[in-house]
Design a protein around this ligand. Structure first.
Ligand SMILES: [Zn+2]
Length: 289
């Protein structure tokens, strides 16, 4: 087996674009520091709404192919070379928004057998042996079926890989502390007239907002703000960027967060005793684990 860098980070996401919005600064930072960063995306987002009118003709498989190119371009911006589709491209399709008939499509990720999907992820875990896994909370951040399923599959794979003798020392969920979001939305509302966007989103439109006490880990990615914005911009069917803000297809402006926040849900917190949040996802992880 080829020698892997001593620090290895695995991120599990539902659709192309989720990784850049949630973790773009973190991914760019660790890639720049020489860590091995692996992204597993569960679907190609074939049911996403397309923003640019000139690309509005893209739907279904054609949109999936296009979004795969967007993902490749985004990963080039972040400096991440190892990115994969769960079970291979097209294995699981986008389930659409919760409550739509799309959720019943037999090929969609929402209908996937969790153990079978997790087994695909365990294969990646055996190969990469990550010390850190990042995914969503049990609500998938905001209730999209593919995000909930990505959470279930990732957490099941954590159990299965531990049983298989390849434990992952630290598991995190993506989080955002409420005071930080409130402050950045206050700034956004002031700045809004100077942006190309007409309306701001609400704090509760942001996935994973929790009280500040829940945050265990703060990753300062300020130095990688430009890479994060460029990666988000690469997902042009889904995101319009006007730094430091962006909109999704609902056209409601949100701040681009370049410090990213996490809640450690499995494993030992590093930097213990200081009472402060960790500043490194790998804190306390031995380099040989
Ligand atoms: Zn998504």
């Amino acid at each position: 087996m080829t020698e892997l860098p001593s620090r290895r980070l695995l991120l599990v996401h539902a659709h192309p674009d989720d990784e850049s919005i949630n973790n773009g600064a973190t991914m760019a930072r660790y890639a720049a520091e020489g860590a091995h960063v692996t992204l597993v995306t569960c679907t190609l987002g074939e049911r996403g709404e397309v923003i640019p009118p000139e690309l509005a003709h893209l739907t279904g498989a054609a949109l999936g192919r296009h979004r795969r190119h967007e993902l490749t371009a985004a990963m080039a911006e972040l400096g991440v070379r190892d990115f994969r589709l769960l079970g291979g491209a097209g294995r699981y399709s986008d389930s659409g928004m919760m409550g739509l008939p799309d959720n019943d499509d037999p090929g969609c990720f929402w209908q996937a057998d969790v153990d079978e999907a997790a087994a695909h992820l365990v294969e990646v875990i055996r190969e990469v042996r990550p010390q850190v896994l990042v995914t969503y909370d049990d609500q998938g951040g905001y209730g999209h079926p593919d995000h909930i399923q990505a959470h279930r599959v990732a957490m099941r794979a954590v159990e299965l890989s531990a049983d298989a003798g390849v434990p992952i020392p630290k598991v995190y969920w993506n989080r955002v502390p409420r005071p930080v979001v409130e402050e950045s939305f206050a700034r956004l509302r002031e700045d809004l007239p100077g942006t190309p966007f007409a309306k701001a989103a609400e704090v509760d439109d942001v996935p994973g907002v929790v009280p500040a006490e829940r945050i265990t880990t703060v990753v300062d990615g300020t130095a990688h703000a430009a890479a994060k914005a460029a990666a988000m911009r690469a997902h042009a069917t889904q995101i319009t960027v006007a730094e430091p803000y962006f909109v999704l297809s609902n056209e409601l402006a949100q701040p681009i967060l370049t410090t990213e926040y996490y809640e450690l849900v499995r494993g030992e917190r590093g930097e213990r005793g200081s009472g402060e949040a960790e500043t490194d996802l790998f804190a306390g992880v031995g380099e040989d684990s």
